[in-house]
Design a protein around this ligand. Structure first.
Ligand code: ADP
Ligand code: ASP
Ligand code: MG
Length: 420
């Protein structure tokens, strides 16, 4: 007997027919004697529609009401999934975030899970019931209001539930059969990674590989939750049920580095188009200027990613380029203009027509020359680099958006990741 979390994303629950398919996956686990907690997303497209309605009603809508609206998609699929399971003769009950309860921070729209009381859920599982839980949402306990976890947040709900009920595995069912060396929609030659380390997956997710939400990987890493990425489109009968202590190597297993025998220098390429570039020209070059720029941005909860500062050619003035989320660009520009009294005079340029391309691999720790190889390959294709940032296992470059796919394909190929 194993305790299993099964999370199904939007395309996997896109209509009642697909929900019936999901129910057959669940039945396979129940028939094997496993205790199953199911976490569901909204039907694909549903959350986008809800967000669009909120924006139409008011672009500056109260975030608490935004959450009240956008959390509703998951309520529909949780109820439908429980109904379909019951219809198949399986004991099942739906749970919304507040019923579990899944408690969150007050950051409506991108709240963090602060705690899950697993007892009531566990009692339900012990009574032989399948618990079908709404992903993406929880309850902020102080004001007792629904809060959502940010787009793609059902992955994080699933991992958090897995921690709360001490599940043997957290299976994330989606529309691809695992994590690939890069987005298989962009590079058909991408290869499935049988295993990927938490750290690499974290860098891939935070660099734009949205197959898993970044926070879900963080949570899995901290709590050492065995997480698998699988396709729900494989026939439910063709998959073996989970057995505790003997996890089948299908899809991709996200696990500790020590469990990966063969390490590639580069394991994956990620790209993100949702960043925007801000350049501040003719800034005074003296101590304290960077603090006066990034302090007000931080106070406005605007995350800055890459930063480049030029040397002062004339000894007095310098230029600074950095990136923010494209959706935050108007706000960031407003904050900087308001801070001009403190920063001093400067000229402002910005563009959302940029993309960030990243190469990721734990092998970089012990191999020199990965960055040089990357820059040479991009230069050979005539791709100009606007900014660079690195971590121990990642190198990211900012380029013109028009070159994003060419850059991803080129890098995928030069690091030997193309499928034969
Ligand atoms: P779900 O609705 O099931 O949560 P998502 O759309 O959030 O599914 O995530 C799955 C998608 O992630 C895939 O369809 C794929 O296009 C995209 N993706 C991006 N990068 C990768 C990658 N490295 N490996 C696999 N899929 C990726
Ligand atoms: N339905 C939510 C979204 O579209 C959460 C998720 O799918 O994970 O972002
Ligand atoms: Mg997703």
């Amino acid at each position: 007997m194993a305790v299993v979390v099964m999370k199904f994303g939007g395309t996997s629950v896109a209509n009642v027919e697909r929900i019936k398919n999901v129910a057959r996956h669940v039945k396979r686990e129940v028939d094997a004697g496993n205790k199953v907690a199911v976490v569901v997303s909204a039907m694909s497209g549903a959350t986008n529609q809800l967000v669009a309605w909120v924006n139409e009603a008011s672009p500056l809508a109260d975030k608490r009401e935004y959450d009240a609206v956008v959390a509703s998609g998951e309520q529909v699929t949780a109820g439908l999934t429980a109904i379909v399971l019951q219809d198949m003769g399986i004991k099942a009950r739906s749970w919304q975030g507040w019923q579990v309860p899944i408690e969150t921070s007050e950051a409506h729209g991108s709240a963090r899970i602060s705690g899950i009381a697993g007892e009531a859920l566990m009692a339900s599982l012990n009574a032989g019931e399948v618990a079908v839980i709404t992903g993406f949402q929880g309850v902020e306990p102080k004001a007792n209001r629904i809060a959502t976890l940010g787009r793609g947040g059902s992955d994080t709900s699933a991992v958090a539930i897995a921690v709360a009920i001490k599940a043997d595995v957290c299976d994330i069912y989606t529309d691809v059969d695992g994590v690939y060396t890069t987005d298989p929609r962009i590079v058909p030659k991408a290869r499935r990674l049988p295993k990927v380390s938490y750290e690499e997956m974290l860098e891939m997710a935070s660099s734009g590989s949205k197959v898993l939400q970044t926070r879900s990987v963080e949570l899995a890493m901290v709590n050492q939750v065995k997480t698998r990425v699988l396709s729900s489109f494989v026939k439910p009968e063709d998959m073996a049920p989970v057995r505790a202590g003997n996890l089948e190597n299908i899809g991709t297993i996200v696990c500790g580095e020590d469990e990966i025998v063969e390490n590639q220098v580069v394991s994956g390429i990620a790209y993100a188009r949702d960043e925007a570039k801000i350049t501040m020209l003719k800034l005074q070059d003296k101590p304290g200027i960077a603090a006066r720029i990034f302090g007000p941005l931080a106070d406005a909860s605007i995350n800055v990613d890459m930063i480049v500062q030029n040397v002062a050619a004339d000894g007095h003035h310098t230029d600074m380029t950095f990136t923010v989320q494209a959706a935050e660009l108007p706000r960031a520009l407003a904050v900087l203009k308001a801070a001009m009294v403190d920063i001093g005079e400067f000229e402002l340029q910005s563009s959302a027509d940029v993309a960030k391309v990243s190469v990721i691999g734990i092998g970089m720790r012990s191999h020199a020359g990965v960055a040089a190889h990357m820059f040479k390959a991009l230069a050979d294709k005539g791709i100009n680099i606007l900014a660079i940032s690195t971590s121990e296992i990642k190198i990211s470059v900012l380029i013109d958006a028009a070159y994003a796919e060419l850059a991803v394909r080129t890098l995928h190929s030069i690091y030997g990741l193309d499928a034969a």
